[in-house]
Design a protein around this ligand. Structure first.
Ligand code: ZN
Ligand code: ZN
Length: 255
């Protein structure tokens, strides 16, 4: 059911992105590396997510029946709200690890390698990064005892929002920024000079608390890519799969 909701939401976003009035930049729908990014969507974002969640279901409520009973008895809307907040926090935590630990940063460079941002760039990430993010958010929520329906809705909301912040929309989003990450804020995360800022995807509160929220409008038209490898990071799926394991000289600059 949540795959269907996710597909409908994504379809609406793809249509909206094609409307000239709503676009930030003119971009073709089918652009270089479209097929490899579709492969990332099918394998990392959908297939791996379904498999990992299915594996977690028999372990639901692992952290105690009391927590599971409380979550099941609470009003569903509250459970969904809490699931969204914790899901987003798990995603934020995994994003910090991906930027702080060298081996994980090598994986995360794949996500930062998109030369243009659109709805499909959302899903470009090494399969091991997808695994980490799926574990630290939806799988942990299931193990905590959150109802599967609540975890599913939270995953759809955050999945669609994540696609929105990577998409190419033009608009006055500033009024949302006290609470939420907007497309322009996430674009700043993909600009090499500010790639250590705006690590949030949905709530902006995590970056606010850490003092890492970047709201400057000046970098919006700068190229997006891997810091220190803007021209050179490989763009094909097989090379990106292997690149994190290649031997590299130490102390590469990240900004
Ligand atoms: Zn990042
Ligand atoms: Zn991104």
């Amino acid at each position: 059911m949540d795959i269907l909701l996710f597909s409908v939401g994504l379809g609406m976003l793809i249509v909206a992105e094609r409307m000239p009035r709503l676009r930030f930049q003119r971009l073709p729908l089918v652009r270089p590396f479209f097929v490899s990014d579709l492969f990332y969507l099918a394998t990392g974002a959908i297939l791996l997510s379904v498999v990992m969640r299915a594996q977690a279901v028999p372990w639901a409520g692992l952290f105690g029946e009391g927590i599971q009973r409380t979550l099941t008895a609470a009003p569903f809307v509250l459970t969904v709200g809490l699931a969204i907040i914790l899901h987003d926090l798990g995603g934020y935590g995994s994003h910090i690890l991906l930027h702080r630990i060298d081996a994980l940063w090598a994986l995360h460079k794949v996500h930062h390698s998109s030369l243009t941002l659109d709805w499909l760039a959302t899903f470009r990430a090494h399969i091991l990064e997808h695994a980490l993010r799926h574990f630290l958010s939806p799988v942990l929520l299931i193990l905590l005892g959150f109802p599967l329906a609540a975890v599913g809705i939270a995953s759809v909301v955050l999945g669609i929002w994540s696609a929105l912040v990577h998409a190419n929309p033009h608009g006055a989003w500033h009024w949302l920024e006290p609470l939420l990450i907007t497309p322009r804020l996430h674009r700043l995360h993909h600009v090499p000079a500010t790639s250590e800022r705006n690590l949030g995807v949905f709530l902006s509160v995590w970056d606010r608390l850490r003092g890492t929220l970047e709201t400057s409008p000046t970098a919006l038209l700068q190229p997006t890519s891997v810091p220190g490898a803007v021209e050179t990071y490989p763009q094909t799926w097989p090379r990106q799969f292997l690149e994190p394991f290649a031997r590299k000289p130490k102390c590469e600059k990240r900004t």
